[in-house]
Design a protein around this ligand. Structure first.
Ligand code: HEC
Length: 128
């Protein structure tokens, strides 16, 4: 037969659950490079570093100016965007490519979950 919980054990269980929950939230807030790498597979379909890839190479993109690669033919809107790819600008662009650089040619609708976007940006920072 199950033992009934006393008042103290109930409070102990609740505080243990609260600690676990707080830990989960802390983990979810820190950008997760491994998760970003997983998510980047959807980007790598175009950003593959192969000759003839649909998108420009993203190696070293963090801290690079938009439309900076001679090897890629960027759209006019991307060339005129006059953006530095800081983590913030990347965040906005990945969340809403057309909102950030109107008329750019990247056929991608955007990542809706802001934590996912942070993870992808953290992964991009590891591409050297
Ligand atoms: C279907 C193909 C495709 C997918 C998928 C795609 N991109 Fe792109 N991306 C492009 C193209 C094409 C451009 C160039 C846009 C232009 O010149 O207007 C681009 C441009 C970019 C740029 C600007 C690069 C520079 O040198 O200025 C970044 C950053 C970028 N993409 C990140 C991403 C990320 C991160 C993902 C995944 C979340 C992604 N892209 C998914 C095709 C794609």
């Amino acid at each position: 037969m199950r033992e009934r919980m006393t008042g103290t054990t109930i409070i102990q269980s609740i505080s243990a659950a609260a600690v676990l929950l707080a830990m989960n939230i802390a983990v979810a807030n820190a950008a997760d490079v491994e998760h970003g790498k997983e998510l980047f597979k959807a980007c790598a379909a175009c950003h593959s570093d192969q000759p003839g890839a649909l998108g420009p190479s993203l190696k070293g993109v963090v801290g690079r100016k938009a439309a900076a690669l001679d090897s890629f033919r960027y759209s006019g809107p991307m060339q005129r965007a006059n953006l530095m790819w800081t983590p913030e600008n990347l965040h906005d662009y990945i969340a809403d490519p057309q909102g950030k650089v109107k008329g750019n040619r990247m056929p991608y609708g955007g990542l809706t979950n802001p934590n996912d976007v942070d993870d992808v940006v953290a992964y991009l920072a590891t591409l050297k």
